[in-house]
Ligand binder design. Structure first.
Ligand SMILES: *Cc1c(COP(=O)(O)O)cnc(C)c1O
Length: 433
């Protein structure tokens, strides 16, 4: 029992006011290993048996040793609910380690900023999630980090865009919301050629935002990507209750990311980590299989509608990059996994396609039961939005148009409703545009 915290005299001999505070919390009763569902940990600070243990905890923080048997000191440094989620996220992506953050943007900014210093360059795809685009164009230049945007659907463009100072190649695939794919193995090849003449500290790292596909549909590390970033707020959380983010990759980045998170402070609250650990990640595969089935049904329905100008879904046979989709998007069961998101445009009738798109979405917002007008994606409820003017408002207009994102374009994130009900709601909206 020498490991246990032994009070100087029996608890009963302390005044009640003191006992209410100290109770018998310091107890041998904690036995995490035997809980079927992990308990939610909620402690900002941790009892240390000795000063020596505290010192050791600080010395080992962020090291491989701490990854295996951490000495918990303070929530912002490390904490068990979050660590359990990190271990499972790493497994889901086939990575060695994961570090979680308070939001997807906190994870994205950490992954990028941990790899660059003033004077460095980033090469990124021209269409990105709106806040990521804003981070690269509004904030990083203030710290001397520039971004060169190019069309990574042609990975050869990296060789022309990257300067000697380039340290990061950054993109999403499928691109949000145009559903264009970027060939990760081809990007790896181009970056390997550039890295061949660079010493280790100057190597270019590839960072991919895998939020859209989810690790169920695609595991970028298998294609040679260095770091995967996620918004856990979307499909991994799955139920739309909590925000979160994660960076996943090899152990060589663990220390850097943990130090970054400790000092910039964007930690995932254990209260938010817990539902993702207990409800979100364990049901990811089941949800994706069914959401994907709905997406396929809806994509096929939209394809046949005379008022629909274009449907982009990696699962459709007419998808422009169908071969790449089948190579890159593969589920845990080895089957083609084109995901749960699709993008479509309406034909212009009595005006522009943009007006038709807005009328359509407004009708859905007012009259549909199964489809909700809301940003975000990857929930059990089907969500619809106009990315051009909403989520992608900060991306320059010409880059959006060049990537096939039109003002009236509509993004649909399939939920788990009966697909026939979703189609009926879409049919009703099509009738009025
Ligand atoms: C939502 C989203 C983000 C940002 O995540 P937050 O959790 O909202 O900070 C980044 N990338 C993509 C592709 C997203 O959909």
């Amino acid at each position: 029992m020498s490991n246990e915290h032994e009070p100087r005299k029996p608890r009963e001999q302390y005044r009640l006011r003191t006992r209410l505070i100290h109770g018998s919390f310091a107890t041998g009763r904690w036995d995490y290993d035997h809980h079927v569902v992990p308990p939610q940990s909620s402690s900002t600070t941790f009892r240390l048996k000795s000063v020596h243990r505290g010192v050791q905890g600080f010395v080992e923080f962020g090291s491989p040793q701490a990854q295996r048997a951490p000495i918990y000191i303070y929530d912002r440094l490390d904490e068990p609910s979050r660590s359990m989620l990190e271990e499972n996220l790493a497994a889901a992506e086939g990575g060695e380690m994961g570090v979680t953050f308070s939001t997807g943007m906190a994870a994205i900014s950490a992954a990028i900023c941990a790899l660059v210093s003033s004077g460095h360059q980033i090469v990124a795809h021209r269409v990105l999630y709106g806040s990521t685009h804003s981070l690269l164009t509004n904030w990083l230049p203030r710290f001397g980090v520039r971004t060169e945007f190019c069309d990574l659907t042609n990975p050869e463009c990296i060789a022309g865009a990257a300067t000697r100072d380039c340290r990061v190649v950054y993109f999403e695939t499928p691109v949000n919301p145009t559903m264009e794919l970027i060939d990760m193995a081809a990007v790896r090849k181009v970056v390997d050629q550039l890295n061949a003449s660079r010493p280790e500290p100057e190597q270019i790292r590839i960072v991919v935002d895998n939020t859209f596909a989810t690790p169920y549909c695609q595991r970028p590390l298998e294609f040679g990507v260095d770091l995967v970033v996620h918004s856990l707020t979307k499909d991994i959380g799955g139920f739309g209750t909590d925000m979160g983010g994660a960076v996943i990759g090899s152990n060589r980045f663990y220390n850097l990311l943990m130090l970054y998170r400790k000092d910039f402070g964007g930690v995932l609250s254990p209260k938010n980590a817990w539902p993702i650990l207990v409800y979100g990640l364990p049901t990811l595969a089941t949800r994706m299989v069914n959401q994907q089935k709905g997406a396929m049904m809806v994509a096929n329905f939209l394809l046949k509608q005379p008022k629909v100008a274009r449907v982009v879904y990696p699962g459709l046979p007419n998808f422009p990059q169908a071969e790449l989709a089948r190579r890159q998007m593969v589920g845990y069961d080895g089957k083609f996994a084109p995901g749960s998101l699709l993008y479509f445009e309406l034909k212009s009738c009595n005006g522009s396609g943009a007006m038709a798109g807005e009328r359509f979405v407004d009708f859905v917002a007012e009259h549909a039961y199964t489809i909700t007008l809301a940003v975000s994606l990857g929930q059990i409820k089907t969500l619809i939005e106009n990315p051009f003017s909403m989520t992608h408002a900060t991306v320059p207009e010409e880059d959006k148009i060049k990537s096939g994102l039109q003002p009236g374009g509509i993004r649909l994130s399939l939920g788990l409703e009966d697909w026939q009900d979703i189609i009926a709601d879409l049919e009703a909206a099509l009738a009025v545009v």
